[in-house]
Write a protein that binds this ligand. Structure first.
Ligand SMILES: Cc1cc2nc3c(=O)[nH]c(=O)nc-3n(C[C@H](O)[C@H](O)[C@H](O)COP(=O)(O)O)c2cc1C
Length: 328
């Protein structure tokens, strides 16, 4: 196993559009001191021509935090990577795994797997522009090309440009005919392909992603992969992050009410600073009480309740729903 770079972790939360925004990351960080946290994909166009400050905003507490970029133009990516480094991001990740049609029209995401030379140019340009690490997230293949020589060629070319960390979603992407959601369930998971890649390139950091949702399975994967990235399970069942920190790093399990208490001043602060509606914060917290009595009430309070009242004391009401205390 390759020793992980300093401050790196055995597990991370995947970049997820509309999900892993900065409020979500603040909440995940409260649950897990060790998880590496990724932003949603931010396109170079959004940073170069859109509201750059809003797209790059994060709280210091979220660190270690990694910006995922979407793009395929080396100069633009380099400029965006530099912006990210300047505002304090810890790392840059290039999206070579997203199959959405919108992304394909922009000629980036998973379709970049067909163009390893271009990805290498993009990586080289970003590495030239910044001193923080630059990594790549990909699939095992796309469409009819999912053989191991195809993946090897991609990895070799991108490695030659200076990338030594690949995060691999262990299924191929079907670019025509499947929605992004189907592309996360229909193509079969092939951990064996990622495992053999790690065996062939032991000097690279290989992160396995896809379908991880329990500790036993994660421990098994960590016996051969350098680390794991968790997407849907982390979002839908966020307390899992605390359990992973406990199991892999011996951190004490935090009480859920402690986590909720921390979110109240955060939500107040965001409302004051940016006019953030409460629901923008609480929508990421709905799964915190999964499996507990009162979970349904908890979700209602932080969901519709937060929309109706827009007052951070709603979080206290949610706490009462799961602590069994009377609500008066
Ligand atoms: C709602 C949603 C949005 C996603 N957005 C992105 C994204 O912006 N960039 C990316 O590389 N992958 C994205 N993904 C894919 C995840 O990062 C991850 O690769 C995938 O969900 C498989 O991991 P899992 O089985 O642990 O969920 C998204 C997944 C979901 C569910």
């Amino acid at each position: 196993m390759k020793p992980l770079p300093q401050n790196s972790s055995l597990f991370s939360v995947a970049p997820m559009m509309d999900w892993t925004d900065r409020h979500c990351r603040f909440f995940h960080r409260a649950l897990s001191p060790h998880a590496e946290l990724y932003t949603e994909m931010v396109t170079t166009g959004a940073l170069l021509y859109g509201d750059r400050d809003r797209h790059l905003r994060f709280s210091h507490e979220e660190k270690r935090v990694i910006l995922q970029l979407g793009g395929s133009e080396p100069h633009d990516l380099a400029a965006c990577a530099k912006m990210a480094e300047d505002v304090g991001y810890d790392e840059i990740n290039l999206n070579c795994g997203c199959p959405s049609e919108r992304v394909q029209k922009g000629a980036f995401g998973a379709c970049l797997m067909r163009e390893p030379e271009l990805v290498a140019e993009c990586v080289a340009a970003m590495k030239n522009a910044v001193s923080i690490p630059v990594t790549v997230k990909s699939r095992i293949g796309i469409d009819d090309v999912d053989d191991e020589p195809f993946l090897d060629n991609f990895v070799q070319k991108v490695t030659a440009a200076g990338c030594d960390h690949f995060i691999i979603h262990a299924r191929k992407a079907i670019l025509k005919g499947l929605s992004p959601k189907e592309n996360r369930t229909v193509p079969p998971l092939r951990y064996d392909i990622v495992r053999r890649l790690k065996e062939r390139y032991p000097h690279l950091r290989i992160t396995l992603n896809g379908g991880l949702n329990n500790l036993a399975q994660i421990r098994e994967v960590l016996s051969w992969a350098d680390d794991v990235m968790i997407g849907r399970e982390a979002y839908q069942n966020p307390y899992f992050l605390a359990e992973l920190d406990h199991a892999l790093y011996g951190m004490p399990l935090p009480a859920r009410d402690m986590i909720l208490q921390q979110m109240i001043p955060y939500a107040q602060n965001q409302a004051q600073l940016y006019g953030t509606p409460l629901h923008s914060v609480t929508r990421h917290m709905l799964g915190l009480a999964n499996g507990l009595r009162g979970a349904r009430k908890f979700r209602q309070i932080l969901g519709n309740g937060a929309i109706a009242k827009n007052d951070p004391t709603v979080i206290k009401e949610a706490l009462i729903a799961i602590s069994g205390l009377p609500s008066t």
